[in-house]
Write a protein that binds this ligand. Structure first.
Ligand SMILES: Cc1ncc(COP(=O)(O)O)c(C=O)c1O
Length: 442
């Protein structure tokens, strides 16, 4: 017998039923059960507002009105106040951080302006965000539609952990994104199902591909058409590499599909997963966000309030809250007037490396060793090695040449140009060419 629904979960579900029954139907069994309790946290939040004399609610230790702390730690963390370092953060994150990230989304995604979407919920980086939305929207046996070039960790998180099934379609058609194949995959997999979860990861890991504006429109149109046909679609936008756009070989779009998908159809819920990880070059801080973009503008606020409570409940249940120190650092960085220039400088450095890779790998003399998959953004690019097994190439490249790359499929090799100096680009591909040729004549 499944556990009975808590009254607070029932309340959230009936609010969702009234505001957007389609979204209630998208939730997993866990998504329906979860709620944010009126326990220590909400009583503590009330006390924080109104307890003017003494606040004896919180589960930390204080001294002289501040969070108690040890000097062996304090001397390493600069000029942050003890409360910004050691205290617990609220389950959905520091309010100021959430506001700053929302402002950033609006600034960088013109399509979002004037649309109704939620306040970002802070997560312990993007993997955690993906795991939370998986819990909220995927039941065992549910389908997750992805292209055949994908970040391998989705398999662990969605298939192994949650029992969902990943189905793929070919990523490329010619020199661009396979928009027809994407639309076909939606139609095929929607047959006999009420719900699909679709994951869009652009710029893509492992290929480094960001769609053109026309491809972006076609992706959005295919999702809206499938929603119109009656399928409930949760569209997850994994924007981990957002902002790193280099326009190699032609112009790509420069905003998230989230903006194009929000407010489009009641059967289409857009969910944005992003974070400081790659965008702010802060991988180990573990600071990310989930943002909801409902399909019905008129009830979007209510839907976001309910999904926010469910996300907070799921965070509370699993990790309680995300690190305060990281959130304080990211919040302050987002308020820094020089942040945009600093990001641009780093992005330019990566663009120069990507441009060098583009030039070197496309050289006709390498055509007998590999085909280059289109790339224009992000951290990575992939080649399809000709006539040899990618894993064998990877091992030989490591053994014979001391160079590490990743084999991501039977014929695909992924190169992270993000960590290659420009002058290291040509030697790497020369070595790859040598190894492929050697293996072919062995
Ligand atoms: C496509 C994609 N999504 C998510 C992540 C994970 O990001 P985080 O380190 O913020 O969990 C990565 C990291 O490699 C990634 O490539």
């Amino acid at each position: 017998m499944p556990p009975a629904l808590n009254r607070l979960a029932e309340d959230l579900n009936s609010r969702l039923e009234a505001a957007a029954p389609e979204v209630l139907a998208m939730l997993s069994a866990y998504g329906r059960r979860i709620y944010f309790p009126k326990g220590i946290l909400s009583q503590g939040a009330e006390a924080k507002k109104h307890a003017h004399k003494v606040n004896a609610t919180i589960g930390i230790a204080t001294e002289g009105g501040h969070a108690m702390h040890l000097s062996s730690m304090a001397r390493h963390v600069g000029d942050l106040a003890p409360e910004e370092i050691y205290n617990y953060a609220p389950p959905a994150g520091r309010p100021g951080l959430r506001e700053r990230w929302r402002e950033k989304l609006l600034e960088e995604n013109p399509s979002l302006r004037g649309k109704q979407f939620g306040l970002p919920v802070t997560t312990a980086a993007i993997t955690h965000g993906l795991s939370l939305v998986g819990e909220l929207f995927l039941d065992p046996g549910d389908l997750l539609v992805l292209p055949d070039k994908l970040w391998g960790n989705y398999r662990l998180g969605f298939e192994v952990r949650l029992g969902a099934e990943i189905v793929t379609y070919p990523f490329f058609r010619g020199q661009g994104f396979n928009t027809e194949g994407f639309a076909e995959a939606l139609a095929t997999h929607a047959r006999g199902r009420e719900k699909l979860v679709v994951l869009l990861n652009f710029p893509n890991n492992p290929t480094g591909y960001m769609p053109t504006a026309a491809e972006g429109d076609a992706i959005a149109a295919a999702l809206v058409a499938q929603a119109e046909a009656g399928t409930r679609i949760v569209a997850l936008c994994d924007d981990a590499y957002f902002g790193l756009f280099y326009h190699l070989g032609g112009e790509s779009m420069t905003e998230s599909l989230f903006g194009l998908l929000t407010g489009r159809h009641p059967n289409l819920l857009a969910v944005k997963l992003d974070g400081a990880t790659k965008e702010l070059f802060a991988w180990g801080l573990r600071c990310g966000f989930i943002t909801f973009g409902p399909g019905r503008p008129d009830s979007a606020e209510e839907v976001c309030t309910v999904l926010d409570a469910k996300a907070r409940g799921a965070i509370r249940a699993a990790i309680s809250n995300s690190p305060m120190l990281s959130q304080s650092v990211v919040e302050k960085a987002l308020s820094s007037p020089s942040l945009a220039d600093e990001r641009k400088e780093k992005s330019e450095l990566l663009r120069a490396r990507a441009a060098r890779v583009f030039e070197v790998t496309g050289s006709p003399r390498f055509a007998e060793s590999w085909e280059v998959y289109p790339f224009n953004s992000g951290y990575f690019m992939c080649v399809k090695v000709q006539g040899v097994d990618a894993e064998t190439v990877r091992k030989r490249l490591l053994e014979d040449e001391g160079i590490g790359v990743i084999s991501t499929g039977p014929h695909d090799i992924r190169v992270a140009f993000s960590c290659l100096e420009e002058e290291g680009v040509e030697p790497l591909f020369e070595a790859l060419h040598r190894v492929v040729q050697k293996l072919r004549t062995d």
